[in-house]
Ligand binder design. Structure first.
Ligand code: PDD
Length: 287
C-alpha cells in the first residue's frame, strides 16, 4: 500500500513525492534528521526530538523550515493518514537546493530548506521477540567525523558498520575510539556492573540520545546507580550485562560482544527492567 508522505508543505502519495537532484542533502549530506517512534498511535518523546532537531539546525546554520512550529501537527496527520498504530516517523531537513552544485552555502534568504517526513509501520514494535533474547555486537573502529552530537544524514559509516556486523553473524557494531566505546551504529551503548549502569558522558563524540536521557532519568528514579564515563571494550566484555538505547529499539539487551558471551548469555535483569519502565512511562507520556 502506498504511503502518504510530506514534502515541503504537501501531503502526497510516495510515488509522487520528489526532491531536486541539486538538493544539498543528496549532493553533500547537508541535512539533519530525527526518528520518532509511535506506540498506540501516539508519539514517544516528541518534545525531545523537536528540541534536538532545533539544536542540529542551529549548529549547522540551516534555517528552520517554515513549518517548524507545525511539526507536531504534521507528525499526527501522517499517523492518521497512514493508519499507524506502532512504528516510526522519519523527518529530514536539508539546506535545500540552490539549483546547482556549489560547496558554498546558498543564501538562506533565497534558498529555503527542504522538509520531508514519512512513516514506517511496525506493528508490535514494542513487543519485539529480539528483546527477549538480546542482540550480538562486534566492535569496529570509529572513523566518523568529530561532530557526532549533530544528527546529520552522513550515515555511510554506520551503514558500513551494520554490514560488517551482518557479515560477522552479529546484529550491530559498537564503535571504538582511543580504546573506548563511543556508541552503537545507530544507538547509545551501556554496560552494567552489579547494579551500576555505565554509559559514556555527553560530548561531541556521541549523539545525545533522547532515549538515553529518558532511560537515565528513569534509572535514577528507580534508585539504580548511573555512572556517566567512558568504558573500554574489554570492560564491556567482562560486564554483567550490556544494552543499547534508541528511538526504534527502546532498551535492547546485548548478550554477546566480539564473540564473548556476557553473563549467562541471557538479557539479565537490569536491561529488561529498564525496558519495561521506559515503555510504561513513555506510553503514559506519549502525545
Ligand atoms: N538513531 N547514536 C546514534 C549514532 C544514533 O544514530 C541514534 C539514533 C542514537 C540514539 O538516539 P535516540 O535515542 O534519540 O534515538 C544514538 C536513529 C534511531 C536512526 O538513525 O534510525
Amino acid at each position: 500500500m502506498s504511503r502518504t508522505v510530506y514534502v515541503n508543505g504537501a501531503y502526497l502519495p510516495e510515488e509522487e513525492a520528489t526532491v531536486s537532484i541539486f538538493d544539498r542533502s543528496f549532493l553533500m549530506a547537508d541535512g539533519v534528521y530525527e526518528v520518532t517512534s509511535v506506540l498506540g498511535g501516539k508519539l514517544i518523546d516528541f518534545d525531545g526530538h523537536l528540541a534536538r532537531l532545533e539544536r542540529s539546525l542551529n549548529e549547522l546554520d540551516i534555517p528552520k523550515p517554515e513549518a517548524f512550529d507545525s511539526l507536531l501537527e504534521i507528525h499526527r496527520e501522517l499517523v492518521v493518514r497512514n493508519d499507524i498504530t506502532d512504528g516510526m516517523i522519519y523527518l529530514q531537513v536539508s539546506r535545500g537546493s540552490a539549483g546547482d552544485r556549489d560547496f558554498v552555502f546558498p543564501d538562506p534568504e533565497v534558498v529555503k530548506p527542504t522538509l520531508v517526513l514519512f512513516t514506517q509501520s511496525k506493528p508490535g514494535l514494542a513487543e519485539s521477540p529480539v528483546a527477549q533474547k538480546g542482540i550480538k555486537v562486534i566492535s569496529i573502529e570509529d572513523v566518523r567525523w568529530g561532530r557526532r552530537d549533530i544528527k546529520t544524514v552522513q550515515l555511510l559509516y554506520p551503514s558500513m558498520g551494520k554490514m560488517m556486523a551482518k557479515k560477522a553473524g552479529a546484529d550491530d557494531a559498537w564503535m571504538i575510539e582511543d580504546g573506548f566505546v563511543t556508541e552503537g551504529t545507530s544507538n547509545n551503548a551501556y554496560i552494567v556492573q552489579g547494579n551500576k549502569i555505565i554509559t559514556r558522558a555527553l560530548s561531541n563524540d556521541i549523539l545525545h540520545g533522547i532515549t538515553r536521557a529518558a532511560v537515565l532519568r528513569f534509572a535514577r528514579e528507580a534508585q539504580m546507580e548511573v555512572e556517566e564515563r567512558s568504558f573500554t571494550i574489554d570492560e564491556a566484555k567482562a560486564a554483567d550485562e550490556a544494552f543499547i538505547t534508541s528511538a526504534s529499539t527502546f532498551v535492547m539487551p546485548v548478550v554477546e560482544i566480539d564473540g564473548v558471551t556476557l553473563g549467562d548469555g541471557t538479557p539479565g535483569s537490569v536491561a529488561p527492567r529498564l525496558r519495561e519502565i521506559y515503555l510504561e512511562e513513555s506510553r503514559k507520556a506519549a502525545i
